[in-house]
Design a binder for this molecule. Structure first.
Ligand SMILES: O=C(O)CCC(=O)C(=O)O
Ligand SMILES: [Fe+2]
Length: 354
């Protein structure tokens, strides 16, 4: 955290390289950069984003996270997200299963702040938050949410054009005025001396929404690239965010955009002795958006769907119902058996990967 010197990411662990995308060049419409972004988004679905201009907001958000996690547990629990499929609020460590056995629980605590609350403040749109969140809503959280929305909407605009969709189609499904599952999340994973390095902190998953804008300092994030049998770390690079595609864009695009499975384990090597902090902004479609391939809007998407007859892109689910189902069924309190874990799954290409 701020002020502490962290050990370097070790060079003797399996690491997956990501393409680096320069956000300023994307904003300028640089064709070569757009091609790099497109290659990343349609292969692994993960890339580094540099020159995103959100460093200050990110640092302030980590301070907000530290202040919030330092509150007494009783106080944090007053804002717990609960077991009904609501994501906003505090999540205590151990509330979620990390695999289908139900024997392994997550080790992270986090605070989720709805985009709708950040933009409506001081009005309450979706729910109330701990005092440390309120105190920093205007100075820290709303600016971070606005920057993140800017970045993610710019990138979605590029995808819109590359997918051959009429201008503004993806934006229409992410109308800022509509309530959505979009949220900012600050995550703390405590060091766990003596606990196996293989202890999963956040179970294998694909992200629920459209685009995730992630910032971390220590290793621990791992991806399982398509066709690989082994998990690989994504190495944090200073000043570089990690961006990834979620289920909603994968479905809208008929599988052209990739929502890849990932998980979090304790940081590798000497980094394991330190608290691991990460911060994500998740952009998700408006609650009413139906999650299905936009075949009528784009011959490119229609063609992609026709090539994958074994895949079902008609989920029959709104964005709101999709997220509620996934969140609700990972809560250990709601577990009845392995079927609960299955019910928490999205577009994971290896649903059983642990
Ligand atoms: O902490 C990280 O690096 C990733 C977190 C993550 O995958 C998530 O919250 O969905
Ligand atoms: Fe994730």
């Amino acid at each position: 955290m701020p002020g502490t010197t962290l050990p370097p990411f070790p060079d003797d662990v399996l690491t997956h390289p990501l393409l680096v995308v320069d956000y300023q060049l994307i904003k300028e419409g640089n064709q070569q950069e757009i091609e790099t972004l497109w290659k990343a988004a349609t292969s692994l679905g993960f890339w580094y984003l540099k020159n995103h201009g959100a460093e200050q907001e990110v640092n302030d958000m980590f301070d907000m996270g530290a202040e919030t996690m330092a509150l007494p547990l009783d106080e944090k629990l007053m804002f717990e997200q609960g077991d009904d499929g609501v994501s906003f609020g505090y999540k205590k460590a151990g509330a979620n299963a990390t695999d289908e056995t139900g024997k392994n629980l997550d080790t992270v605590e986090f605070i989720n702040v709805a985009k709708d609350d950040a933009l409506a403040y001081p009005q309450v749109a979706r729910r109330s938050y701990p005092r440390t969140v309120n105190a920093r809503m205007e100075s820290t959280i709303t600016p971070f949410v606005r920057k993140s929305l800017d970045v993610n909407y710019t990138i979605m605009g590029v995808f819109n054009d590359k997918l051959g969709l009429p201008k503004g189609t993806i934006a229409k499904y992410h109308d800022l005025r509509e309530y959505s599952g979009s949220e900012a999340r600050c995550i703390k994973n405590p060091p766990m001396p003596g606990v196996s390095a293989a202890k999963v902190a956040i179970g294998a998953h694909t992200d629920f929404g459209s685009l995730s804008f992630l910032h971390n300092r220590l290793g621990g994030l791992q991806v399982l690239p398509p066709g690989h049998e082994e998990w690989s770390y994504v190495k944090p690079i200073p000043g570089h965010a990690i961006c990834n595609v979620g289920d909603a864009l994968a479905i809208f695009s008929g599988g052209i955009l990739q929502s890849n499975i990932h998980r979090v384990i304790p940081p590798p090597g000497a980094q394991a002795h330190h608290e691991r902090w990460s911060l994500v902004f998740f952009t998700r479609p408006g609650n009413s958006a139906l999650l299905r391939a936009l075949v009528e809007d784009s011959p490119v998407i229609a063609g992609a769907v026709a090539q994958k007859p074994e895949k079902n892109f008609e989920t029959g689910s709104t964005s709101e119902a999709w997220f509620a189902r996934r969140i609700k069924n990972q809560r250990i309190k709601n577990r009845t058996g392995p079927e609960t874990w299955q019910a928490s799954r999205g577009t994971e290409h290896k649903p059983t990967a642990a």
